[in-house]
Ligand binder design. Structure first.
Ligand SMILES: [Zn+2]
Length: 70
């Protein structure tokens, strides 16, 4: 199951993650289209396979959480 925190504008939090532009949120890079079948290549390194990348606000929050982890 994919876990993302992509803001849809309904919450009060700033957008913490945004759809990965490199793989269009798939987490894998499409290699080529073969008829109806899309052949996926490797793991997307831009988002580490998660399909989403942190925004600047998200990065700040992640840093904050890291520093405060026991
Ligand atoms: Zn990606």
């Amino acid at each position: 199951m994919r876990r993302t925190l992509i803001a849809d504008g309904s919450g009060n939090l700033p957008a913490l993650e945004t759809r990965c532009a490199a793989c269009d949120g798939e987490g894998r890079i499409p290699n080529r289209r073969d008829g109806n079948r899309i052949e996926y290549g490797g793991h997307c390194n831009a988002c580490n396979g998660g399909g989403a990348v942190p925004t600047e606000d998200g990065k700040r929050l992640l840093e904050f959480l890291r520093w405060n982890r026991h």
